[in-house]
Write a protein that binds this ligand. Sequence first.
Ligand code: NAP
Length: 237
Amino acid sequence: MHRIAVVTGSSSGIGRATATRLLEAGFTVIGLARHHDKYEISHDHYYPRTADFSDIEKLDKIAADISKDYPKISVLVCNAGFGDFRHLENFSYKQIQEFLNVNLVAHIVLCRHMVSGMKKLGQGDIVIVGSEAALIGKRKATLYSAAKFGMRGFAQSLRDEVGSSGLRVCLINPGMVRSAFFNDLDFEPGDSSENAIEPEDIAKVIVETVGARRGTVIDEINLSPASKVIHFKNRKP
Ligand SMILES: NC(=O)c1ccc[n+]([C@@H]2O[C@H](COP(=O)([O-])OP(=O)(O)OC[C@H]3O[C@@H](n4cnc5c(N)ncnc54)[C@H](OP(=O)(O)O)[C@@H]3O)[C@@H](O)[C@H]2O)c1
């Protein structure tokens, strides 16, 4: 069966690697992000759509349009997101709202639109890219952990709600992944290949997960770099 997937955050990092692997596996992929020209994906079955996840009202309309245009979507990869690690009192109300819109609310809204079509199909896979921050809270990660813990609770509840309709919900919690995620942060993984997971490693796991025998549900996967080293960019050696 020719399968259709939606991948959020397809313009970079994990999302881009996942979209590429799904295309290689024969999927049609609808990619969502703001800046598709960053690292373009050129493929006959790749359909980029522009969406800013901080604007939930617009995203609601975009998600409704996609569901109407592609009623047979069977895979949704909820991956778009960004990090902002500061003490809580340094965030304005507007920044808190924008952060939670992009990293939490947008994905809930997308799932809300995609679930009906998947139920009609009688099968579907929702893969959510969480984080190690979905498992343990740390200082300066209040918003990030709030969003990722939120996605974890959402995934567990949605799994319970839609499992009997043939839908599977998988949460993937990576440790540090070498990607543009760190471009605007004051830290990054150490230089060694052992200090970070590669986006392709996660993409491989996602494609394996959606390809698993339908009788098996993979609830949650945790991945870590072999050796965790954090490099602080502005700190002198
Ligand atoms: N890198 C890590 O160490 C790590 C670890 C654990 C979990 N994660 C999670 O993995 C996911 C992907 O991150 P990544 O490492 O692949 O980072 P990345 O290379 O920076 O990719 C982030 C993606 O999210 C999209 N995005 C960001 N803000 C958006 C917005 N307002 N509207 C729509 N799309 C938006 C970006 O697209 P545009 O900029 O084009 O909009 C981009 O495609 C995130 O959810 C992140 O929390 C990352």
